[in-house]
Design a protein around this ligand. Structure first.
Ligand code: S3P
Length: 167
């Protein structure tokens, strides 16, 4: 069984995924970390040394590899993973997967992401909170078509990691 978590950057996919895997005694895999390990470069370096298109290509290949790995896993995707390369259908068509969308409000995402803007290549050019808030609003509007194809949707605002893992 693969429990797959998707959601925007800063929605808590990694921290909730780790906690969930621990709670239900599944292995844990973070797609971004899996890519970084495989490539020997971090995400910022991959975007800078190559391009976003290159990243999307390898993201699809590493996702396929993870879905093909035997065993029970909780998998945290990158924020854009379900929105490219038909990854959403790859996940939905894989046997024994459950796809969960962690939904977080735009204001919470803005506050969280503003403090770590340099670690996120897609938003590192934004210089203030208003610009970030506008960017997220538009981006989420585009991406919600994919996020809304989840089997389950969980709102994350005002809930602890423990509560979210239990939910
Ligand atoms: C991305 C989100 C990032 C990472 C890459 C692109 C996106 O993952 O995969 O920077 O397109 O939203 P997190 O959501 O884990 O930050």
């Amino acid at each position: 069984m693969k429990v797959v978590l998707m959601g925007y950057m800063g929605s808590g996919k990694s921290v909730i995924g780790r906690k969930l895997a621990n709670t239900i005694a599944y292995k844990y895999a973070d797609l971004d970390e899996y890519i970084e390990k495989g490539e020997g470069q971090n995400i910022v370096e991959i975007f800078t040394n190559h391009s976003e298109i290159y990243f999307r290509k390898i993201e699809n290949a590493y996702l396929k590899k993870l879905l093909d790995t035997d065993g029970n896993f909780v998998i945290s995707l990158g924020g854009g993973t379900p929105c490219y390369s038909n990854n959403i259908n790859l996940i939905k068509d894989a046997s024994n997967t459950s796809l969960i969308y962690l939904e977080t409000s735009i204001d919470t995402l803005t506050n969280r992401l503003f403090s770590e803007i340099n670690r996120r290549p897609l938003i590192s050019h934004l210089t203030n909170k208003i610009a970030l808030n506008d960017f997220i609003r538009k981006h989420l509007f585009e991406r919600s078509y994919y996020y809304n194809q989840a089997d389950y949707k969980i709102s994350t605002d005002h809930k602890s990691i423990k509560m979210l893992a239990e939910e």
